[in-house]
Write a new protein. Structure first.
Length: 95
C-alpha cells in the first residue's frame, strides 16, 4: 500500500467508514483546507482507491448517467493505518 501524499491524507482525514458522496467529501475538505479543483480532487480519490485507502461505488444504476454520484468510504484498516501515520508524522515533527 503506497502512502498517501499530504493532500491525499487531508482528504482521508475528512472521511470515515460511512459512505459519502464525492461532493460531500470535497466540501468537507474545502471547509478545512480551501478550494481544490474537481479534476485534482477526483484524481486523488481515484489514486487513493487504487492504493487501497478508500472504496467507491456508484449511485443507483437506474439514475440517468449525468445525475449519478460516486460514493466513497475508508475501510477499518485505513482508519488504523491513518492513526499510525499520524503518530509517525508527529514523531517526525510533521503534520
Amino acid at each position: 500500500m503506497k502512502l498517501p501524499s499530504k493532500t491525499e491524507k487531508k482528504i482521508l482525514d475528512g472521511m470515515d467508514v460511512i459512505w459519502w458522496s464525492g461532493q460531500v467529501v470535497k466540501k468537507r475538505y474545502e471547509t478545512k483546507h480551501g478550494k481544490i479543483p474537481n479534476g485534482t480532487f477526483y484524481t486523488m480519490l481515484r489514486r487513493l482507491e487504487e492504493h487501497g485507502w478508500v472504496r467507491s461505488r456508484s449511485s443507483d444504476p437506474t439514475t440517468p448517467e449525468d445525475q449519478r454520484q460516486r460514493y466513497f468510504c475508508t475501510t477499518k484498516q485505513t482508519k488504523e493505518l491513518k492513526s499510525a501515520l499520524d503518530k509517525l508524522h508527529e514523531a517526525m515533527g510533521k503534520k
